[in-house]
Design a protein. Structure first.
Length: 181
C-alpha cells in the first residue's frame, strides 16, 4: 500500500475521532502547530525514525515535548512510532488539515505573479475566487514567476485559471496555428 494511502487512512481515522468528540477545531489548531514543528525542526523526523532509538524512548520524548496536545493526537503519533510508520506523520498532518479545510469550505491555492502581491490584492483575489469555486474562503500563497510576463495565474487543486499575458499569447498562437492547418 502506498504511503499516501496509509497516511490518508490515519488522517481520516483521527478526523472521525475528532468529529465524534467535537474536537475538530482543537485538532486542526494542533495539526497546524505540528506542521510548523516538522518544518522548522529538521532533526525531529530523523530522530523519530532512527532504528537505534528504542520505541519507548521515542514515545517518552513525544509525551514530554507535546504535553499540551490532545490525547488523541498524541496517541496517533505513538501508534505511528509503534508501527514504524512515524515518517508518515507530516503526510497525516497535511491530509488532516486538508480534510478539515474541506469541511469548513476553505481551500488552498497558489497564485503566480510577476511581482509580490499586496495583502489587499490577495484578499480581493481570495474573495473573488472563493465565490467562483463555491468556497467560503481561499488561502492564497503568492509565488513569483517572471515567465508569465504580466497578470496572474491561479492554481487550486487540479483547476487552473490563467489570466497571464504569457497564457494569452500561447492561446493566440494555438488559434493561429490551428487556423493555418
Amino acid at each position: 500500500m502506498s504511503e499516501a494511502v496509509v497516511a490518508k487512512r490515519y488522517a481520516e481515522a483521527l478526523f472521525q475521532v475528532g468529529t465524534d468528540k467535537s474536537t475538530i477545531d482543537q485538532l486542526d489548531k494542533e495539526m497546524n502547530v505540528l506542521q510548523q514543528v516538522f518544518k522548522q525542526n529538521s532533526n525531529l523526523l530523523p530522530f523519530l525514525t532512527n532504528p537505534r532509538v528504542e520505541n519507548a524512548k521515542k514515545k517518552q520524548f513525544l509525551t514530554e515535548v507535546f504535553k499540551g496536545i490532545s490525547t488523541d493526537l498524541l496517541n496517533t503519533m505513538k501508534l505511528l512510532v509503534e508501527r514504524s510508520r512515524v515518517e508518515l506523520m507530516p503526510f497525516v498532518v497535511d491530509h488532516f488539515i486538508h480534510m478539515s479545510n474541506d469541511a469548513k469550505g476553505i481551500s488552498d491555492a497558489t497564485v503566480y505573479s510577476v511581482h509580490a502581491l499586496s495583502e489587499d490584492d490577495l484578499k480581493k483575489l481570495s474573495k473573488t475566487f472563493a465565490k467562483r469555486f463555491g468556497k467560503k474562503s481561499i488561502n492564497l500563497e503568492n509565488k513569483i514567476d517572471p515567465s508569465i510576463i504580466g497578470g496572474i495565474k491561479l492554481r487550486m487543486g487540479n483547476s487552473i485559471y490563467d489570466g497571464s499575458i504569457s497564457g494569452k499569447l500561447k492561446r493566440i498562437e494555438r488559434s493561429i496555428v490551428s487556423a493555418n492547418k
